[in-house]
Design a binder for this molecule. Structure first.
Ligand code: UTP
Length: 285
């Protein structure tokens, strides 16, 4: 199965850091966010990854390419560990690129990848979301194999947080598995049909490419994927699986900080030292 990774957004919530640098390249505990995304896809057996990029996103392409100058420098310095690490990045997967001329919304970004995906189901993975344990994509795939329909990964969020996400409505047909009746993009707390939030991992059937060209700009003047999926829902079932971890959004300064701290605390390399520094800092306040 192929994966599509939209990474063409402007990252306006992270300005000025993202003025010249893709937000997907911001580091989280030592490596760029998008490398986590590619590694997650590879761990699930994906070897063909299509990135949707655009202006100012060249650093993403360079990151997954060879870097001969750096490699020979590391080789001369005898730094074999870093050399191996650097070379491995370019060998992770076959990464392809399509440019989204203008960032006109996630739905539009997905449409840009239609030709590469062909008439096959595919994983859609947001390029600024890290999903830490490797369970999500295999669970999406297992549900697809069972129902032959699109499947969306969701996670419970605090009810007052629903307006930050797309939220699903549906019937829980067995524990942790929903058949959708609707999807709502960034609902108000009062309007939200559930607190099950879409966090950025999907397995979609190619039906979405049929409906997307007919979707008018919606919320924020953008072509919304949620609107396209509502259209898909008129002719095909869509399922959702609840994951326990959800995803770590890195698209705002606060969420990026939280992601760094959470993943660093969990890391064998930095966890203990960071815990100590955080404790010291908190005591000093
Ligand atoms: P976001 O809505 O979080 O990204 O999209 P954004 O538009 O860059 O964010 P702000 O609001 O300006 O801060 C989620 C993912 O979809 C991609 C983004 O790059 C991000 O990885 N995306 C979004 C596209 O590829 N194209 C778009 O038109 C919009």
């Amino acid at each position: 199965m192929k994966a599509m990774v939209p990474a063409a957004g402007l990252g306006t919530r992270f300005l000025p850091a993202t003025k010249e640098q893709p937000k997907e390249m911001l580091p989280v505990v030592g490596k760029p966010v998008i490398q986590y995304v590619v590694e997650e896809a590879v761990a699930a057996g994906v070897n063909d990854i299509l990135m949707i990029t655009g202006r100012g996103k060249r650093a993403i392409e360079d990151h997954f390419d060879r870097s001969h100058e750096l490699e020979s420098l590391l080789e001369r310095a005898g730094n074999t560990e870093k050399l191996r690490e650097v070379c491995a990045i370019s060998e992770l997967a076959n990464v392809f690129y399509v440019r989204q001329g203008r960032p006109r919304g996630l739905g539009h970004a997905v449409m840009c990848g239609a030709q590469h995906m062909g008439n096959e189901p595919f994983f859609l993975m947001l390029g600024d979301v890290i999903v830490p344990n490797g369970e999500c994509l295999p669970r999406l795939k297992a549900a697809y194999e069972r129902f032959g329909a699109s499947v969306i990964a969701v996670a419970e969020v605090e009810p007052d947080q629903v307006s930050r996400f797309g939220v699903i409505a549906g019937e829980e047909i067995e524990p942790g598995l929903w058949r959708l009746t609707d999807l709502v993009e960034k609902p108000s707390v009062a309007e939200a049909p559930s607190n099950l939030a879409i966090f950025g991992r999907y397995l979609l059937t190619p039906k979405v490419f049929e409906v997307l060209p007919h979707i008018a700009p919606g919320r924020g003047g953008e072509i919304q994927l949620t609107d396209a999926l509502r259209e898909v829902l008129k002719t095909e079932d869509i399922y959702a699986i609840k994951t326990s971890t959800g995803g770590f959004d890195t698209g705002t300064i606060l969420s990026w900080l939280e992601t760094n701290i959470t993943l660093a605390l969990a890391s064998p390399e930095y966890g203990a030292a960071l815990r100590e520094s955080l404790q010291r800092l908190m005591e000093q306040r």
